[in-house]
Design a protein around this ligand. Structure first.
Ligand SMILES: *[C@@H]1O[C@H](CO)[C@@H](O)[C@H](O)[C@H]1NC(C)=O
Ligand SMILES: *[C@@H]1O[C@H](CO)[C@@H](O)[C@H](O)[C@H]1NC(C)=O
Ligand SMILES: *[C@@H]1O[C@H](CO)[C@@H](O)[C@H](O)[C@H]1NC(C)=O
Ligand SMILES: *[C@@H]1O[C@H](CO)[C@@H](O)[C@H](O)[C@H]1NC(C)=O
Ligand SMILES: *[C@@H]1O[C@H](CO)[C@@H](O)[C@H](O)[C@H]1NC(C)=O
Ligand SMILES: *[C@@H]1O[C@H](CO)[C@@H](O)[C@H](O)[C@H]1NC(C)=O
Ligand SMILES: *[C@@H]1O[C@H](CO)[C@@H](O)[C@H](O)[C@H]1NC(C)=O
Ligand SMILES: *[C@@H]1O[C@H](CO)[C@@H](O)[C@H](O)[C@H]1NC(C)=O
Length: 469
């Protein structure tokens, strides 16, 4: 009801505006030289190929000629009239379109615009309820940020977009993009009410794929094969089922709050790989051979079945912590070398790395189980440890053992503590060493991640607050 009144008002306003000269264009269509110079767009790069027809000459002349008014570097749209004027002149817009936060209409209608060579940016607007562009085929970036009334996006013929960046759209629930898109560079979808994200299913490679805080998103299936910078999925619906079954190579990947996962084809991780606070019980990466950064498995309470049977090398650190369902850390049958530190914490009873020959960093091992035998690490056979990073600390139940080793693995000093009788009996240099041995080369610190998460929660809370009041 309210939005209907809104629409009627906007329409009246629009008629009034049409009588006046608009502010969105240069005066009398004059080209602003400065604007022209700062144009970011390489006009050749995104001009779409001509549609193949039998009679090439019949394509309408007005579609090939672009009005000078359509070549500004940026269009500030203050009201619906500005937008109507723009589409009347331009089937193709060469610059960026920015919808003002003062735009008070509920509808952003791109009407007859077919191509936007620049970006469409709509930020910090409380009024926009719907965005539609029934003819829009090509766009560089679609940036939607902090739109608290925004519910529906309709771009049914969109086929080319470089970057999709949607953030803080807390009630966005309907998106129509009909799967015509084959190529996208970056996809960031954060804080929406979407229940599915399936419009990029023909895309095989992206730089960034970041889906977070979409609290109604329960399934996510992609056909992505390669993610060249960052793949992140976190804090969506707790039940999220994640299918990355075509993914074979990734730079960085962080997966959090996921209930099932399929990454069975993943073969190379060129930077780091993290699984944090997931609910899944099984994680199988049988084709993965090498991780060029850190591997982290943290707080996956139900995790029982793992398959890293092909991994031979972890070039960063290896962190396996608080996966309370894991009784053994014995799922790296071929791992020979770890370039950073190891950090194992939890309730595990056994550690077994049959092929491990070298750990370049330190080792911090702490299990609440008395069953864990620390000797393997603290009493190296033939006197030389495979740990070369200076410090080894292993705690099993109440007993801690610490070793200092040199770069060749020779033992320099030993210390034993029994924490049973209370903290006062701890070794003098205990705490100092504990601090430094926790450090991991190359590791993506968990705190960084949690901080990011807190920031998002804060944002959502702020927005919810804004809606209520
Ligand atoms: C656009 O393409 C034409 C012909 O291929 C070329 O001569 C021109 O230099 C290009 N312009 C830019 C800005 O790349
Ligand atoms: C919105 O309108 C106000 C008052 O007309 C103006 O001062 C402000 O700069 C406008 N904001 C934007 C983002 O255009
Ligand atoms: C990772 O490295 C391999 C080998 O250098 C390369 O073929 C692959 O494309 C890289 N993957 C990514 C996501 O950059
Ligand atoms: C291990 O990886 C190789 C490719 O590097 C592959 O041919 C082989 O089948 C994998 N082994 C298993 C057990 O999956
Ligand atoms: C891991 O997966 C491979 C391929 O499916 C299989 O051959 C191997 O037995 C599995 N290893 C474990 C420990 O489950
Ligand atoms: C593991 O759990 C313990 C006890 O809850 C906690 O103190 C520790 O910080 C956790 N470790 C990691 C790496 O999350
Ligand atoms: C503890 O400190 C003493 C002297 O401060 C040093 O000689 C010894 O090596 C240290 N022990 C360990 C395990 O760091
Ligand atoms: C991968 O993640 C690590 C740690 O989060 C970061 O330092 C690094 O820059 C990332 N690499 C890329 C290519 O994004």
């Amino acid at each position: 009801m309210l939005s209907r009144i809104h629409t009627i008002l906007s329409f009246l306003f629009l008629l009034l505006q049409l009588a006046k000269p608009s502010t969105a264009f240069g005066v009398n269509g004059e080209l602003n030289i400065l604007d022209h110079n700062i144009m970011l767009v390489n006009t050749n790069a995104t001009v779409p190929k001509k549609e193949k027809t039998n009679f090439e000459t019949i394509s309408p002349a007005k579609q090939t000629k672009i009005d000078e008014d359509c070549k500004k570097s940026i269009y500030h749209i203050e009201n619906a009239a500005n937008l109507i004027e723009l589409q009347a002149k331009c089937w193709k817009v060469m610059g960026n379109i920015e919808i003002s936060s003062n735009f008070s209409g509920s509808l952003v209608d791109l009407g007859s615009i077919k191509e936007i060579e620049g970006d469409l940016i709509i930020k910090n607007n409380k009024h926009v309820f719907r965005i539609q562009g029934y003819n829009l085929q090509v766009l560089r970036k679609l940036e939607l940020d902090s739109l608290t009334s925004f519910v529906s996006l309709d771009l049914p013929v969109l086929r080319e977009v470089e970057t999709v960046d949607w953030r803080v759209l807390p009630i966005l629930s309907s998106v129509v993009i009909n799967g015509n898109i084959n190529k996208v560079k970056n996809i960031v979808i954060s804080d929406t009410a979407l229940t599915s994200i399936d419009y990029f299913n023909n895309v095989k490679e992206v730089n960034i794929f970041n889906i977070n805080n979409n609290r109604f998103l329960e399934t996510l299936f992609t056909k992505l094969e390669s993610v060249t910078k960052q793949l992140t999925v976190h804090s969506n619906a707790k039940e999220l089922e994640l299918d990355l079954s075509n993914l074979y190579t990734v730079e960085n990947m962080t997966i959090k709050d996921v209930s099932t996962i399929n990454v069975a084809k993943l073969s190379s991780v060129n930077s780091s790989l993290e699984f944090i606070e997931n609910q899944f019980s099984s994680l199988e990466l049988p084709l993965l051979t090498k991780i060029q950064g850190t591997l982290g498995l943290i707080d996956n309470k139900n995790l029982k079945r793992l398959n890293f049977s092909n991994v031979t090398e972890v070039q960063g650190g290896l962190m396996i912590a608080n996966n309370t369902g894991l009784a053994k850390i014995d799922f790296f049958p071929k791992l020979r070398q770890i370039g950073g530190a190891i950090y194992f914490e939890g309730t595990f009873e056994k550690i077994d790395f049959p092929e491990l020959k070298l750990v370049k960093g330190s080792a911090y091992i702490k299990s609440s189980s008395d069953e864990l035998n620390c000797e393997e690490f603290t009493a190296p056979k033939n006197g030389r440890s495979i740990i070369r990073g200076g410090k080894i600390e292993c705690t099993s139940g109440m007993k801690s053992k610490m070793l200092n080793v040199d770069e060749e693995g020779n033992v320099l000093g030993k210390q034993e503590t029994n924490n049973d009788a209370g903290k006062k009996e701890k070794g003098k240099n205990d705490s100092k060493n504990q601090g430094s041995s926790k450090k991991m080369e190359n590791s993506a610190p968990k705190n960084f991640f949690i901080d990011g998460l807190k920031t998002s929660i804060y944002t959502v809370l702020t927005i919810l607050f804004a809606i209520v009041f």
